[in-house]
Design a protein around this ligand. Structure first.
Ligand code: GDP
Ligand code: IMO
Ligand code: MG
Length: 431
């Protein structure tokens, strides 16, 4: 059995990663975020109480866990402090157990202004970002001009760097986007407010993880977003600005191939997407209303209604290859309860021709494809809270078999989630 585990989304995010990381955490020592920022919204439900984490890893609810933000994570100090406070109100302390890489880029107010200004200017072609400043913060890192959390160590230098960068952004905001300029003093004041708390959390993360690995500790790497929002492998430009596929684990934490990782792909029993961009199996009918209502498909970060559609195995197969997925966790199976008929997309067809696509790589024009479906009977019974596969209605078992039959040989659905609570889970694997 592999020692460490990578949990990542195989679709467009919101697959239920937070719930699964939380329940796996029991047997692990460290939970590490490696990319994204507070655009993520990971929900954990404990005894009907809903807790949404945006930046802090989902293992934090377990006292024994060390939570880590790797260098690939972009950090809004404001958002992080808000989350720490939210946890503290629940009597969960992050003291001496939340550590941050010195190389994490900072998200500050000018990134948020730029994000919003850019979306506005795109008009109908807007990406539908979360408006949290994620894209501009990653741009700053790649452009080698942004502030990192380690800049908090030297206040004099920080003041100079911040002044320069705010000038740079204000010029664009005022002269190109027609926005009001940001006040440097206010941004600095807020940053200095958090300076001492944040500095105490800065650690050499690659070294901590190396030591953990050498002393046989177990690590979970918690992905944010999903495969098709990946900046390189997603459906560009309708993507986020980080690598949500497996490579992000290495570049975003400083670990390497020797860490012996098991890759668990999280897949929702249907598809959802927030924001713009192609969605081949999208539904705009009563079934969309069923999925949205029963699945409570409203964004955990922005509250936006999620678009819904049938499960897409062309995309899932691509995700399995891209991420070297060992096994899958199928979530929200219970949301399909009560549907008369279910569809699973097994290929795409070019409209008006007989050309079939089995991989999204071949699709040149997303507007010109239509899904080919396998149609299966639905089930009337409730699957909510079922904990054993033998108790599932036979049609639900057939639905699962149909997925396994149409994806890479040897990849199986080892975990099935039948509700938002921890115990509403079927575990067919000992991780
Ligand atoms: P994440 O971003 O991948 O962690 O997912 P989100 O938390 O954004 O969205 C998943 C939503 O589905 C949350 O509201 C979860 O509480 C909920 N959820 C997770 N698993 C299940 C499940 O098996 N059934 C139902 N009905 N809800 C679930
Ligand atoms: P979790 O971790 C779903 C989407 C946004 C938008 C695109 C770019 O909860 O699964 P950004 O603000 O990142 O520049 O927006 O990515 N997006 C998500 N969609 N779940 C997420 O995170 C997302 N994080 C970003 O809606 O389409
Ligand atoms: Mg989410």
């Amino acid at each position: 059995m592999k020692k460490n585990i990578i949990v990542l989304g195989t679709q467009w995010g919101d697959e239920g990663k937070g719930k699964i990381v939380d329940i796996l955490t029991k047997k692990y020592d460290y939970v590490v975020r490696y990319q994204g920022g507070h655009n993520a919204g990971h929900t954990i439900v404990v005894n009907s109480q809903k807790i949404i984490l945006h930046l802090i890893p989902s293992g934090i609810l377990h006292n024994h866990i060390i939570a880590i933000l790797g260098n690939g994570v972009v950090i809004s100090p404001k958002s992080l402090m808000k989350e720490i406070k939210m946890l503290s109100n629940l009597n969960i302390s992050v003291k001496n157990r939340l550590f941050i890489s010195e190389n994490c880029p900072l998200i500050l107010d000018y990134h948020v202004s730029m994000d919003l200004a850019r979306e506005k200017i795109l008009g109908k072609k807007y990406i539908g970002t979360t408006g949290k400043g994620i894209g501009p913060a990653y741009e700053d890192k790649v452009a080698r001009r942004g502030l990192k959390i380690s800049d908090l160590h030297n206040t004099n230098l920080l003041v100079k760097k911040l002044k320069n960068i705010i000038n740079y952004y204000n010029f664009q905001l005022v002269h190109y986007y027609g926005y009001t300029p940001l006040q440097y003093e206010l941004v600095l004041e807020e940053l200095l407010k958090y300076q001492n708390i944040l500095i105490k959390k800065i650690k050499d993360i690659p070294l901590i993880l190396h030591k953990a690995y050498c002393s046989n500790k177990k690590i979970i790497f918690e992905g944010a977003q999903g495969t098709f929002l990946d900046i390189d492998h997603g459906i560009f430009p309708y993507v986020t600005s980080s690598n949500s596929t497996i490579g992000g684990v290495f570049t975003g934490t400083g670990i390497n191939l020797n860490y012996n990782c098991y890759v668990l792909g999280i897949v929702k029993a249907y598809c959802t997407r927030v924001g713009s961009g192609p969605f081949p199996t999208e539904l705009k009918n009563d079934i969309d209303i069923h999925l949205c209502k029963k699945g409570k498909e409203f964004g955990s970060t922005t509250g936006r209604r999620r678009r819904t559609g049938w499960l897409d195995l062309v995309l899932l197969s691509r995700s399995i290859i891209l991420n070297s997925i060992h096994s899958l966790c199928l979530t929200k199976l219970d949301v399909l309860d009560g549907l008369l008929e279910l569809k699973i997309c097994v290929a795409y067809k070019e409209k008006g021709t007989s050309k079939i696509f089995k991989t999204p790589f071949d699709v040149l024009d997303w507007k010109n494809i239509e899904p080919i479906y396998e149609i299966l009977p639905g089930w009337k019974e409730s699957t909510l809270g079922i904990t054993s596969i033998s108790k599932l209605p036979s049609q639900a078992k057939d639905y699962i078999l149909c997925i396994e039959k149409n994806i890479k040989k040897g990849v199986f659905i080892d975990i099935i989630s039948t509700g938002p609570e921890r115990l509403q889970t079927i575990m067919n694997v000992n991780l």
